[in-house]
Design a protein around this ligand. Structure first.
Ligand SMILES: [Zn+2]
Ligand SMILES: [Zn+2]
Length: 363
């Protein structure tokens, strides 16, 4: 496969400023592959990074290219990148741990103790390491997972998001035949609804508002609670004969929802936090209530060791993600794609960029 010397990339030039530039195509180093980016989904964290609200951390400096929910194909293999070949279809992961700290050795590489120390081998693509809003990018072979031909590149771009959900569910567990509540019917919440079922939940209650709550109903929520119209804690308790649900998944990051989730679960229930709140949110929690009712609380940052499960679930037709992609844009129209996502135009759920055009013969 011929690789050009330069490519188009979205480049952040300063907080809130970006442009499409022609830049050099990177060269894969040891245990790295160069990938042609075929689809990259806008994540809820991207607008904040682009706005510059976290400048100095994400990105550490300008210019910078973000983007981390991607799929593509291997077009060049670096030295010692065994097991990969030109033409491999892959989906990406954002985190690559150092590989030798306590957490990495325990498989928890998304909470690597050497976070941000590039010299340790750590990478966080699209956050501190250059990302996928470009026609090509280099990745560690630890951060790419092979995609079977059955899974489209567009579906592949949702593997990362779906993995965050599954990781949270693996932490909390799912009660077979039980009831879960999902707060926040965005992309993560909608995938949580589906995965809870795959893992054996009998009923899923969705809490939200507006067009996204309607989407959840359309996609099969057993009960939809509009928090603008009723108290969501009371409504969940009412729906479960006063007992509460087995597990609550907070997928919105909104203020007040963590405490609500705690009050929604049964005695001995679990709360998993999948949504990322703004830095300013300091949640007030019912401390004694949590102790007396033995409520377990889990934070889920990312997606360690779950991508292969997501890919298999999509390939087998068990997990459907393609209908969550509401809009697709070329890289040149990034500004329009971003505003569509941020303003949730035309019921936007997942907005995908195709830096090298659409995959032929797929939808
Ligand atoms: Zn993401
Ligand atoms: Zn590590």
């Amino acid at each position: 496969m011929s690789v050009p010397e330069t490519m188009k990339a979205l480049v952040l030039t300063s907080p809130g400023e970006f442009e499409i530039q022609q830049v050099p195509v990177p060269v894969p180093g040891a245990a790295e592959v160069l990938c042609k980016i075929r689809a990259v989904a806008i994540c809820g964290s991207d607008p904040e990074i682009i706005r510059g609200g976290l400048a100095g951390i994400w990105p550490p400096a300008y210019p910078f290219t973000p983007g981390h929910e991607w799929s593509g194909e291997v077009v060049q293999v670096g030295p010692e990148a065994s097991g990969f070949a030109v033409g491999d279809r892959v989906a990406g992961e954002a985190h690559k741990g150092c590989g030798h700290c306590r957490n990495c050795l325990a498989g928890r590489y998304t909470i690597c103790l050497n976070y941000g120390r590039a010299e340790s081998g750590h990478r966080h693509y699209g956050f501190i390491t250059p990302g996928a809003y470009a026609q090509y990018n280099v990745y560690s072979i630890k951060s790419v997972k092979k995609l079977p031909a059955k899974v489209s590149f567009r579906e592949g771009a949702l593997v990362d998001t779906a993995g965050v959900t599954l990781h949270g569910m693996e932490l909390s567990g799912i009660t077979a035949g039980g009831t879960v509540v999902v707060i926040g019917p965005g992309p993560i919440g909608l995938i949580a609804m589906r995965f809870a079922r795959i893992l054996g939940a009998a009923k899923v209650i969705m809490v939200g508002r507006g067009s996204r709550l309607q989407t959840a109903v359309k996609l099969g929520a057993d009960l939809a609670i509009n928090f603008e119209q009723e108290d969501p804690v009371e409504a969940v308790r009412r729906a479960t004969d006063g007992e509460g649900v087995d597990e609550a998944f907070e997928c919105s990051g909104a203020e007040g929802t963590f405490a609500q989730a705690v009050r929604m679960v049964r005695k001995g229930g679990s709360v998993a936090l999948l949504g990322v709140p703004p830095d300013t949110v300091e949640e007030k929690l019912p401390y004694k209530y949590i102790v007396h009712n033995e409520i377990a609380i889990y934070g889920s940052r990312a997606n360690p060791n779950v991508s292969w499960k997501i890919i298999e679930a999509i390939a087998a037709g068990r997990l459907v993600v393609s209908d969550l992609i509401s809009h697709v844009f070329p890289l040149d129209d990034f500004a329009q794609a971003l505003s569509t996502f941020v303003e949730r135009k035309d019921g936007a759920v997942k907005v995908v960029i195709e830096p090298n055009g659409p995959e032929v013969g797929r939808r």
